[in-house]
Design a protein around this ligand. Structure first.
Ligand code: ADP
Ligand code: ZN
Length: 735
């Protein structure tokens, strides 16, 4: 029998390339290159897969071949090379890096970079007119005709309506000239013009402290991470605008990541004031056409500054020169669905790959970032005072055990009076309660039944404005029943605990004259609604806000002088790794809304635990003391960032097979003295969207290759097709 040898007939000379498809497959597939086509890495191509056509990206050849090549006779050819800008090498390395770090399929990561299939279609062409080299003999020259011909003498070809408008004639004149052969039709690509931000426009005069920070940032080149650490209202935005201006002067692109980009109306306005034009935006509220144009504009290098949510990270910037992550500590940068990753951390990786500077800005930096700054890996720039005459507000704790609100009420007498005084002075107040809806729980007084979600292990939240019950985990909705769904008792259902709607009810009874507004993600949907809200606040039309964390971020309302925190203990209940840190960040952020103009602000924080370290630190303004105590705890417990942590969330529609899978995972779990696997345990949300869930937690010492251990582990089990194992490196959510 012949030994297996290289058989020329099986591998003819034809060229082959690797194509990565935006699907959760193991890797890139080989395709044959048809005669006359010359695909290069990064090119978008359409290729057959099964009996469908798919769009993928020509991938780089691996350094060493991976296993046996597919026989040439079995290779399918590339169908088409798309006319679109290539996916830059940087993005391809970035896809690989994320896949590797997050233990995800490269194609699943690529899918995030290819979220706009329409952007890969050829740009639409339209007809424009150029002046004929020689004008037809006998052309009658009228004034109107002359104007058009003169316009085209030294200008580019233009469409009929543009020409007519510029020459001040009717389109009929253009058509007439074309019919006679004096104008020749040409096809031109439709290109969107992006007006460029102007870095030469003067910014504000910076304070000494601001100027020092701006100067440090302007001078940066190559990969360097700067933590811009400044109290709320200290001018961090103004300072990083200077770094943006510097990058624009070099002609390079800038990406700014913000949490809740759809709500950043004020940020956009300030950008426009500083640079003369709006930046391009990237978030879920864009229309399909806007998405297409923006993707294309970025890829072609015409978009100079883009501000976006975490998904902006995957856009194909050909010449990115600077990344800014504002509110870097914000937990919304962590993506929890699909490929689980932290956009702030990945932004740092992206900057490193591209060898460019990155700025992380925050008034309450995350513990991880502070540890990096203290370890000397990040540069630490500090802004310690508010701009102008504004001062940080006074923060006072109100002990709810002593200052009890009346029954079924949540505003203590002290807070009640403070709001009254504020409104009487013509100033604005904010009551902060991080809970949407009317009440988090509905209970039957007769049988004790609590109304739960049929798809999740969670209670339904009453939304009284919308007259319904809602699950905040899966979106399930049901009309509010009149009678108990369990025992049938009439009118026995009662609301337990407050949400913003219920608080609004209480406030409108206390301050019937005040113009009040409830502000949550239910009421502020989209940039327009947010802009209208900002107008109502700036004009003073709204006097009292009842809001969730959505109003905690970024807003600058000079007449807002009082912030009341209704329940500071809410976020501490979960007890996870970052509960205290998050509470500190959220509360100091919301506190930072008060007193940003000339008038002094104050903050009253209601709590039943006034001795909790985090609240004491908040009241004393001792962020550094609090963070260093937290850091010590994490260090001694070997928690991140001092040890490493990963989670597996295993889910499936049926409990029996799910437990079988968990047993298989438990049997094959890695171990050792530097790596421990805990679990399986039912997840706190043991039923979510109709799927049962179990969790494993993997803890290792620093320096252990946690990804490799997980990959080896997962290669030993075979989940059913309806089961899922989601890997979460550096988990933030423990639900
Ligand atoms: P932060 O981002 O640190 O919360 P901002 O950049 O939003 O602070 O600044 C707070 C307010 O002070 C904004 O209205 C900003 O325009 C204003 N401000 C900050 N620095 C200056 C400056 N040097 N000159 C004029 N206005 C400034
Ligand atoms: Zn649900």
């Amino acid at each position: 029998m012949a030994t297996e040898q290289y058989t020329p007939s099986l591998f003819p000379e034809g060229r082959r390339v690797k194509v990565l498809l935006p699907l959760p497959l193991a890797g890139a597939y080989d395709y044959a290159v048809p005669e006359g086509m010359d695909p290069q890495p990064g090119d978008f191509v359409s290729v057959p897969l099964g009996n469908q056509m798919r769009t993928g990206v020509v991938w780089d050849e691996p350094e060493k071949p991976e296993g046996e090549p597919v026989a040439a006779s079995r290779l399918k050819p590339i169908e088409q090379l798309l006319i679109a800008p290539r996916l830059p090498a940087m993005n391809r390395r970035f896809v690989e890096w994320i896949a590797d770090y997050c233990v995800a399929a490269p194609g699943a990561v690529l899918r995030m970079a290819m979220s706009v299939p329409k952007a890969l279609e050829p740009p639409r062409a339209r007809t424009a007119f150029a002046r004929a080299e020689t004008l037809p003999a006998g052309l009658k020259r009228t004034a109107a005709r002359n104007r058009i011909l003169a316009l085209l003498e030294d200008g580019p070809p233009r469409g009929a309506s543009d020409l007519a408008r510029e020459a001040g004639v009717s389109t009929g004149v253009v058509k007439g000239l074309a019919d006679m052969g004096a104008l020749l039709p040409v096809r031109v690509e439709e290109r969107l013009r992006w007006r460029e931000p102007d870095p030469m426009r003067p910014g504000p005069v910076l304070s000494v402290e601001q100027e020092e920070a701006a100067d440090a940032l302007r001078g940066e080149a190559g990969f360097v991470v700067s933590l811009l650490d400044g109290i709320t209202g200290s001018g961090k935005t103004e300072v990083y605008f200077e770094a943006i201006a510097e990058t624009l002067k070099q002609g390079r692109q800038v990406m700014v990541l913000l949490p809740e980009i759809a709500l950043s109306a004020q940020w956009l306005e300030r950008f426009e004031e500083r640079f003369g034009v709006m930046p391009a935006e990237w978030h879920s509220d864009l229309s399909p056409t806007q998405r297409r144009n923006t993707w294309r504009g970025v890829a072609e290098g015409n978009v100079k500054v883009l501000v976006g949510a975490r998904s902006a990270l995957h856009l194909p910037f050909p010449d990115l020169g600077l990344i800014v992550v504002d509110e870097e500590h914000d937990s919304s940068f962590k993506q929890e669905d699909g490929v689980v990753y932290h956009a702030r951390d990945m932004a740092v990786v992206r900057a490193r790959l591209a060898d460019i500077p990155i700025i992380l800005a925050s008034a309450t930096p995350s513990l991880e970032t502070l540890a990096n700054a203290e370890g000397g890996r990040y540069r630490h720039l500090k802004l310690t005072s508010r701009h102008g005459t504004a001062e940080l507000p006074d923060i006072t704790l109100i002990d709810l055990r002593e200052h009890k609100p009346p029954r079924q009420c949540w505003i203590s007498p002290a807070l009640r009076q403070a709001v009254e005084e504020t409104l009487a002075r013509g100033e604005q107040a904010l009551l902060f309660l991080n809970r949407r809806g009317y009440a988090p729980l509905t209970l039957c007084r007769s049988c004790g039944h609590r109304i739960g979600c049929p798809n999740c292990q969670a209670w339904l939240v009453e939304h009284r404005f919308g007259r319904r019950l809602e699950c905040h985990h899966c979106g399930y909705m049901a009309p509010m029943p009149k009678d108990c769904p369990d025992c049938g008792a009439e009118d026995s259902l009662t609301a337990c605990g407050p949400g913003v709607e219920r608080l609004a009810e209480e406030a409108s009874a206390l301050y019937p004259e005040a113009a009040m507004e409830v502000v949550t993600s239910d009421t502020l949907q989209g940039p327009l609604a947010a802009a209208a809200f900002v107008d109502r606040m700036t004009s003073g039309e709204t006097q009292l806000i009842i809001g969730t964390q959505i109003v905690a971020k970024g807003y600058h309302f000079p007449m807002l002088t009082l912030v009341g925190v209704i329940d500071a203990d809410l976020g501490l209940d979960g007890g996870d790794l970052r509960a205290a840190e998050r509470t500190y960040q959220l509360l100091s952020q919301v506190a930072g809304r008060a007193g940003r103009g000339g008038r002094a602000g104050r903050v009253l924080v209601q709590t039943a635990n006034p001795d909790a370290g985090v609240l004491k630190a908040l009241a004393e303004g001792d962020r550094d003391g609090f963070m260093s105590a937290e850091t010590d705890q994490r260090r001694s417990g070997n928690w991140p960032p001092f040890g490493r942590l990963a989670a597996l969330v295993v889910s499936g529609p049926e409990e029996g097979p799910l437990d079988d899978l968990c047993r298989a995972l438990a049997r094959t779990a890695p171990g050792g003295d530097k790596l421990r696997v805990l679990g399986p345990a039912p997840a706190p949300l043991a039923l979510l969207r109709g799927r049962f869930r179990r969790r494993f937690l993997i803890r290792t010492e620093r320096g252990i290759a946690i990804q490799k251990a997980i990959r080896d582990w997962l290669s030993q089990v075979r989940p059913l097709s309806n089961q899922r194992i989601q890997v979460d490196i550096d988990p933030y959510s423990f639900m």
